[in-house]
Design a protein around this ligand. Structure first.
Ligand SMILES: Cc1cc2nc3c(=O)[nH]c(=O)nc-3n(C[C@H](O)[C@H](O)[C@H](O)COP(=O)(O)O)c2cc1C
Length: 229
């Protein structure tokens, strides 16, 4: 366990895309998944489920499928988000560094220590609130990983291979696979997340009225939204 407060943990839970080869021991996995299962859900129905993929034969095959899907997704994104244009041609630019991180990430996804598929057991037709009964659990997973010295990324890499994953992992058709979370021991260090200033994101009384108290604490790091320009 790392000795950090809840608030510090949530301000420093960033997407971690480089992992050491260390496995996550069962006692740490237990803490992380236990924390995920403590999440809130509508009427406390607890429709969340988590399929953990480590080293078993199904896990290896699922990781291979997801890894290939991730590579294909990233290859497309390089073009659509113009990662090799503009500042992307400068080896030292944030854009070029991000592209290298992503390439390394997708190329090594198949041997990532743990992949978790957070799922939602649907008990009624999909509606606009249903994500609210699974994504808080996903964020609990990320925060608990941070607290136990691990890091991860929430991704959508499973989408393209859902048809293969479902029979392999016996995931029923009515179950929504909410995301793919990769997890392991970070190669680098955790650091503060970067977001827009809170004054741009928080309103009081009326849309666009920024409250006087919406002031970022000292040391807050900022970024604009979207892929690097
Ligand atoms: C709904 C959602 C989908 C995401 N999908 C991907 C993805 O497919 N691939 C990826 O590498 N990161 C993905 N991410 C990670 C985000 O890119 C990352 O959280 C964001 O850029 C902010 O960076 P930070 O978490 O390091 O602060 C996703 C995050 C969320 C919340």
């Amino acid at each position: 366990m790392t000795d950090i407060s809840l608030l510090e943990g949530l301000a420093t839970t960033r997407a971690i895309r480089r992992y050491t080869d260390d496995r996550i021991p069962p006692e740490d996995l237990q803490k992380i998944l236990w924390s995920a299962t403590r999440a809130p859900s509508g009427s406390n129905r607890q429709p969340f489920r988590f399929v953990v993929l480590q080293d078993g034969p199904n896990a290896r095959e699922a990781k291979r499928l997801i890894g290939e899907a991730a590579q294909a997704m990233w290859s497309k994104k390089v073009v659509t988000d113009q990662y090799e244009q503009g500042s992307g041609t400068d080896h030292n630019s944030p854009k070029a560094k991000m592209a290298r991180t992503m390439q390394h990430y997708v190329d090594n996804l198949h041997c990532c220590p743990v992949i978790i598929l957070p799922c939602l057991v649907r008990y009624r037709a999909p509606n606009s609130m249903e994500g609210g009964s699974i994504y808080p659990a996903v964020q609990n997973l990320m925060l608990a990983a941070r607290a136990t010295g691990y890091g991860g990324v929430i991704t959508g890499f499973h989408h393209a291979v859902e048809k293969e994953l479902r029979p392999l992992l016996k995931i029923p058709e009515e179950v929504f696979i909410a995301c793919t979370v990769t997890m392991g021991k970070p190669k680098g260090r955790h650091g503060p997340v970067r977001r827009k200033p809170m004054g741009e994101l928080v309103f009081e009384e009326s849309w666009d009225l920024t409250p006087s108290w919406a002031v970022d604490p000292e040391g807050t790091r900022f970024t604009s939204g979207g892929p690097p320009g």
